[in-house]
Design a binder for this molecule. Structure first.
Ligand code: FMN
Length: 186
């Protein structure tokens, strides 16, 4: 796929089925992630792949986080939290490891990880895979970070759900660049 065409046509895919990406595809996807812009080359990212049975463990982490805030959560709601990671064969947890740097504030490091995430989405699309960046209700809950084993200086920026696209690709909403772009003339 031509790069520019892919960049202009990528869509998120909410419905994802087996098979997930294979090892070669993942290597290509992460090579793309590692080309994200990165002030002072801090490499502020860490990616966790979660597939197979580990998705159930992640579902338990989500449910525990939700229960910390709402101990009387209904059994159906608990089951829903447990089932969230099962919506794709593979998830990539996006972790920002913020480093102290005199010229690179936290926000720039988070933006680098977000740029890496976008490269992951684009690379998955170029490989014919489906993908979608999701956060959801308990993404920023400290119990989720704890459950994933994140360190104190690490932040979870979401999950990229990845797999084979289920159903047909959604129609792109036509957008006019001119509605969002203007020349600033001082
Ligand atoms: C940081 C971030 C978190 C997101 N979290 C969710 C989410 O939890 N649930 C959801 O439906 N969409 C979420 N989205 C939006 C989807 O990933 C997607 O961009 C949106 O559905 C638009 O589809 P498109 O990428 O095909 O334009 C999130 C996007 C970003 C950037």
């Amino acid at each position: 796929m031509e790069l520019l065409q892919g960049l202009q046509q990528r869509v998120s895919t909410p419905r994802l089925t087996e098979p997930g990406p294979d090892a070669r595809q993942l290597e290509q996807i992460f090579q793309a992630a590692l080309r994200a812009p990165d002030h002072a080359r801090l490499r502020p990212w860490r990616f966790l792949t979660i597939s197979g049975e580990a998705r159930h463990a992640l579902g338990d982490v989500f449910a525990r986080a939700a229960l910390e805030d709402q101990p009387d959560l209904a059994p159906e709601a608990i089951a829903r939290f447990k089932g969230l990671p099962l919506r794709a064969p593979l998830l990539v947890a996006l972790v920002c490891k913020v480093k102290e740097h005199p010229k690179v504030p936290d926000i720039e490091q988070q933006l680098s990880v977000a740029a890496a995430a976008q490269n992951i989405l684009n690379a998955a699309y170029a490989l014919g895979l489906g993908a979608m960046w999701r956060t959801g209700a308990v993404n920023y809950h400290p119990a989720t970070a704890r459950g994933l084993g994140l360190a104190e200086d690490e932040q979870l920026l979401g999950f990229i759900y990845m797999g084979t696209p289920g159903g047909s690709a959604k129609k792109l909403e036509p957008l006019e660049a001119k509605d969002y772009v203007m020349a600033w003339e001082g």
